[in-house]
Design a protein around this ligand. Structure first.
Ligand code: TXA
Ligand code: MG
Length: 340
């Protein structure tokens, strides 16, 4: 079965397309839809049968929990047994937006969504199409990124079609995702708030709103043996292209030159303007903006394009360090991690 891919106006989604998508969701079908971070693969979070289809389509292990998308704080409260003061503060500051809050779950959210766990991850996406869909479906929608498990998240409908087409009856295409990196996942179910996955909202921004320090559960490179599946985004190799990816120091193009000299083709992602004299068919260069938001927005599309370009290796010039770059750094390190 080939999916339908329907163009939808990103700012003023056509009501008939939203109604069609909402009907499919209510019938227990999958719908891929845009959010401000990446495209999501949605299913009714109250239905085990519907949610199982997500795991099957993605090839995702059933012990990896899914994010539940809700229309607003009211719907979020219906999904958790403990809407805390911190949750209220953060929702007021950052929702709709790229922040996912992990809270104690309520019984109505099916066990498949939370991988049998006692907590549920909730967010209100900041995208008119996603919000219209949530309002029309009148359901909490479980939606991981719409890619095969461990692959690069889709920031274009095209990526969803390339990766998941056979499994999804409807893909809503609203153009490129604005943020391009997955939401920050913040655990509010423990003693202290902890970032499980760095994302567009930084720990520093969260600390400012909460008036207390917010720590990261694990930084890249650290092993997390104590809690291996706390958050699958914390697996060492994740978000990875098929093509081997190598991080190189800023200003050092030697590894690229060596590969080219051996007759192979290379891809290069960089935000500096340094040039390399090489024929275009040998070296494909993707230039990303030198600031973190623009870089994050373009990174996955660049990886997707280089991954299908038939190069032997994707080189990525090390981006800067610092809080704003943390999510980018995290994804690049995971993408560069050796296959296990
Ligand atoms: O930006 C995003 O978050 C995108 C869009 C579609 O909303 N979604 C996304 O979903 O990235 P996914 O499934 O690819 O990543 C969900 C992350 C995983 O790292 C997962 O472990 C974590 O959220 N997560 C989900 N439920 C959790 C829970 N109850 N406790 C801890 N982590 C949880
Ligand atoms: Mg994902």
């Amino acid at each position: 079965m080939l999916p339908r891919c329907l163009q939808v106006d990103p700012l003023a989604p056509q009501p008939e397309i939203i109604a069609l998508a909402a009907d499919l969701l209510r019938q227990g079908e999958l719908v891929a839809f845009p959010t401000e971070t990446v495209y999501g693969l949605g299913a009714n979070a109250l239905s085990s049968v519907a949610v199982q289809k997500i795991f099957a389509a993605k090839g995702r292990p059933s012990h990896n929990p899914l994010i539940v998308h809700v229309a607003d704080v009211h719907q979020a409260r219906l999904a958790t047994s403990d809407w805390t003061a911190m949750a209220e503060q953060l929702a007021t500051a950052f929702w709709p937006g790229p922040l996912t809050l992990v809270l104690p779950k309520r019984a109505n959210i099916c066990a498949e969504v939370t991988a049998g766990g006692a907590t549920v991850a909730l967010r209100v996406p900041d995208h008119p199409v996603a919000l219209a869909l949530l309002a029309a479906a009148e359901l909490p929608i479980a939606a991981p990124s719409a890619n095969r498990s461990n692959r690069i998240s889709p920031t274009r409908a095209r990526h969803v079609m390339d990766d998941l087409a056979v499994h999804v009856p409807l893909v809503l295409d609203a153009g490129p995702a604005e943020r391009g990196l997955e939401s920050t996942v913040l655990d509010l179910s423990g003693q202290r708030p902890r970032v499980l996955r760095p994302g567009p909202i930084t720990a520093e921004q969260l600390s400012t709103v909460l008036g207390q320090e917010v720590l990261h559960a694990a930084t890249h490179g650290e092993t997390i043996a104590a809690a291996p599946l706390l958050s699958p985004g914390m697996l060492r190799r994740h978000y990875a292209p098929h093509t081997p990816l190598e991080l190189i120091e800023a200003g050092d193009t030697k590894p690229i030159q060596q590969l080219l000299a051996s007759g192979q083709r290379a891809g290069w992602i960089t935000s500096d303007s340094a040039a390399l004299a090489a024929p275009r068919e040998k070296l494909i260069i993707k230039r990303l903006p030198p600031e973190a938001a623009g870089y994050g927005a373009g990174l996955y599309a660049a990886l997707h394009e280089l991954d299908v370009a038939g190069v032997s290796r994707i080189f990525v010039t090390e981006p800067p360090q610092g809080p704003a770059w943390r999510a980018v750094q995290d994804r690049l390190r995971r993408a560069a991690a050796p296959r296990e």
